[in-house]
Design a protein around this ligand. Structure first.
Ligand code: FES
Length: 121
């Protein structure tokens, strides 16, 4: 059985966009579906994609120790199983928990595109 670490960005832009409600939904969905043992929930960020927020990063928990100084809380690492979700809402968060965390099925249509911001806006 896979285990996960799910981080909701705690940076100010993501917070202004509703990241706290996204975090609350993640916490409630995980406990409501009995998934707390499968998924560690925490706040990372800022990830540097502020205009895409609220941002959420899900990684497979491979037993790797979490270094408090690790850049994993501030950037995408490109690790296997790492998924970045952008423009999150509580409704989208519920879906990520029900599909990605509960069924090991990442929600591809909600994937963020961290490289696509050049030339936008
Ligand atoms: S505030 Fe969330 S990515 Fe910058």
């Amino acid at each position: 059985m896979k285990r996960y670490r799910l981080s909701v960005c705690k940076g100010s832009s993501c917070k202004a966009g509703g990241a706290d409600a996204v975090y609350a939904e993640a916490r409630d969905s995980l406990s409501g579906q009995g998934l707390v043992p499968r998924c560690e929930l925490y706040r990372g960020g800022c990830y540097g994609f502020c205009h895409m927020g609220p941002n959420v990063v899900v990684r497979e928990d491979t037993g790797r120790k979490r270094d408090p100084l690790s850049p994993e809380d501030y950037q995408l690492m490109g690790w296997d199983g790492e998924v970045y979700y952008s423009e999150m809402t509580p409704e989208k968060m519920r879906r990520v928990v029900s599909e990605h965390i509960a069924k090991d099925a990442p929600v591809k249509e909600l994937f963020g595109q961290p490289d696509s911001d050049c030339g936008e806006d």
